[in-house]
Ligand binder design. Structure first.
Ligand SMILES: [Zn+2]
Length: 479
């Protein structure tokens, strides 16, 4: 007898780890079980090349990036001063308006014209910087990938990085759409040139600056028959600006407050992409990779927004940078938060009942060798009554350096290496656990409930403005 089950959307959610020696060591030692690794062709020389061969030999998936992320920095620097000067003028205009600019009509005419000129020059630089499609494919194939990030027009990513917003430009919606149409056609040609597309799936990169531009991108990628797709989200996540509205088709949605675009735009772009794609293809993309998303709360929201696609993956360097440079460690109990190590240290010092009880193999292994000395922290707080922990307190010679080794910032050397290894491994472990829990929830048909509960827990522990931003994200994603 055949049991017929109700067809259910079941995204498998995975986080692809950046290919670094530590990440490979973590897997080889059994401390982590990554879904696969991501490497950019430019980083796969010498030791990097050996690592790609090693992980392929072990049977891991290898997603080879297109390397374009590395081009954003130089272009950002080339035009950065000019872009910041123009943006100061936007702020002046917005202060006079009492709200954020909604279109070029809100700005002085010459400012919008200068933005148009800057946008043109950035576009030329972005187009020139990207290597020819054929040479990209050659460099990628040389690494024996199991899938690759495909062709891309870097223009919108550069504009985002430089705060060149559509609202400042007299540029019609179809101009953005044309860029995605051209990428989609290049992707089709590149796939034909590559031969059997099933052998190594290629995920060309859509780009967008908003819900509407993402919707058009979805329409164009669907029209070209592309089913495995990626999109760059790193620039949205790096955006520190606020907005009080967003457009969904012609309708302006007022957010009622100035909210961080990082959250609102990221989800709006995903929702727009799926809407446009579905409108043309009458089904969702089969596979989608979110480039540059490592914030747990965003992984949850985007998985919900993209829940009709069976295979969803994410990658980012932020869990590594947060652990090694940002003094930031992830937590998922009682909520998915990025915690400052200094704040964790202060809580441990002032609340004697608290301990760092993370069960992950990285924290367990590290604290087995370099345990927390809680009594020392309590004594420090009892003596000083300090209202916060400073960077110096956790640096060598600092009052809490030896009390909280996992949270400390040793100088270069063996302890530094161990601390970084533990914290990077821990951050990845938290993300992997989240990805598995989202996959399980979608298999049970309870993804919306699970993500709503993640958001509610987060809202209870963040500031009102961030709580509202993720609420906007949740409403958009739940659609
Ligand atoms: Zn841990």
């Amino acid at each position: 007898m055949v049991l017929l089950r109700e067809a259910r959307a079941m995204p498998k959610v995975t986080f692809v780890h950046n290919l670094k020696p530590d990440a490979v060591q973590a897997a080889v030692s059994g401390m982590s079980d990554p879904a696969g690794y991501l490497v950019a062709p430019g980083n796969a020389t010498g030791q990097g090349l050996e690592l790609t061969r090693f992980v392929r030999g072990l049977g891991f998936d290898l997603l080879v990036d297109n390397g374009n992320f590395a081009l954003l920095g130089p272009i950002g620097r080339q035009f950065g001063v000019e872009a910041r000067t123009l943006h100061e003028e936007v702020r002046t205009a917005e202060r006079a308006l009492g709200r954020t600019a909604r279109g070029p009509g809100d700005l002085p005419a010459d400012l919008s014209a200068r933005y148009g000129d800057l946008a043109d020059r950035v576009r030329r630089a972005a187009v020139d910087a990207v290597p020819a499609d054929a040479s990209l494919a050659l460099a990628q194939d040389a690494l024996d990938p199991t899938s690759v990030i495909g062709v891309e027009d870097l223009t919108m990513a550069c504009w985002l990085r430089l705060d060149v917003e559509p609202a400042y430009l007299r540029r019609p919606r179809r101009a953005y759409r044309r860029m995605n149409r051209s990428v989609a056609r290049r992707a089709v040609r590149a796939a034909a040139a590559r031969g059997d597309p099933a052998a190594v799936p290629t995920l060309p990169v859509a780009s967008a600056l908003s819900f509407n531009t993402a919707k058009d991108a979805g329409r164009e990628f669907a029209a070209a028959g592309l089913t495995s797709i990626s999109m760059g989200f790193g620039a949205y996540m790096a955006d520190d600006h606020f907005t009080d509205h967003l457009y969904r088709d012609r309708r302006r949605i007022d957010l009622g407050a100035n909210l961080p675009q990082r959250y609102t735009r990221t989800v709006a772009a995903a929702v727009g992409f799926w809407e446009g794609y579905d409108e043309v293809a009458h089904r969702p993309p089969a596979r989608f990779h979110f480039l540059g998303v490592g914030a747990p709360i965003m992984i949850a929201l985007l998985a919900l927004a993209a829940r009709r696609t069976p295979e969803l993956s994410f990658d980012a360097t932020s869990p590594i940078l947060d652990a090694t440079q940002g003094g930031t460690i992830y937590s998922d109990r009682p909520a998915h938060l990025k915690l400052r190590t200094r704040k964790v240290a202060h809580r441990l010092a002032r609340e004697p009942a608290l301990t760092w009880d993370c069960p992950c193999p990285f924290c367990t292994d590290f604290t087995g060798r370099s345990p927390f000395d809680y009594a020392r922290g309590h004594a420090w707080f009892a003596t000083t009554g300090a209202t916060d922990v400073t960077t110096a307190d956790l640096a060598p010679g600092g009052a809490l350096f030896e009390a909280y080794p996992l949270l400390s910032e040793p100088a270069a050397g063996e302890l530094r290496r161990e601390v970084s290894y533990a914290r990077v491994g821990h951050n990845h472990w938290i993300i992997d656990r989240l990805a598995r829990s989202l996959t399980r929830a979608s298999a049970r048909g309870t993804l919306p409930v699970r993500v709503t509960s993640i958001i509610r827990d987060y809202q209870a522990r963040t500031t009102p403005v961030f709580a509202r931003a993720v609420e906007v994200g949740l409403q958009l994603a739940a659609g």
